[in-house]
Design a protein. Sequence first.
Length: 294
Amino acid sequence: MGALAHLHSLGLPDASPRLARFLGAFDTLRRDSRYKDVPDAARVIHDEVLRAAGEPAARALLLAALFQAVCGSLAGTRLPLLPPRVLNHQLRQFARIVAHDDAFAFECSLASDAYMKELGLARLRLYAGASNLIDPQAGVARSVLWKGGPLQLLRRALLFARIGGFKPYFEIHAHKLYMEEFSAEGRRECYRCCADLYALHPEMLGMYAGSWFYDPAVARLSPHLAYLRDDAVAGGCACLFVAHDEQAVSYSTAKSEKRRAAWAAGTYRPATYALVWPRRAQIAWARREPSPIS
């Protein structure tokens, strides 16, 4: 059953105008809003549907919004402006999104990071970049200057002075609903997509990413993940310590018995690190590491 038809079957005969208003509300967000931001007007419509017809209808509204957003992007003027490499990845993501059926409804929640990433892709708020999604509305927190201690403060200040500041940057995000290209080559393709996107976003200062992945200790314990840091650093990317935090502990030990044992033994202290790749250096890397448009 189609998403709109499902909404009608759940007791919402005015589903089409509600859906249009829901998606239209996202067009009112500030340009520098984050992909997770939900406008008040959209939340009101969602909650009205929830009260009127229950959780199945609210989830059906969100599923229909994905499909409608993809249709709007395909018919709009922004999609053809994407660099060919990024356009190919974006269209593959659109095909994956429109293949969702009612079984996907359990992910349809405004509190779900995965759903908001899907909606961001569908609305061209996020770009598809092989291994990762590319967010063009990101910045680096100024607090990163002193995260490395007094000895690193001056070096980090000089780094951001050379780059030109703390925003805007492309930020790359992993997406649990699309992990097929989370590999060394998929990551290199993501970097190429960023390099191509600078022509569309000349205001971007560079690329940013933050994760436990980039901790140099991870390469020692899990050599198969070393590429996540090493390829970028070899291309002129800075790798900066951010914090020893609970999130790094939780994520880094969740799927690896070796890392979990090292943490329990006190020989590994998980940490979050940030990659900061200046635009000029990333473009130069992409020119040295070309590949056919896939």
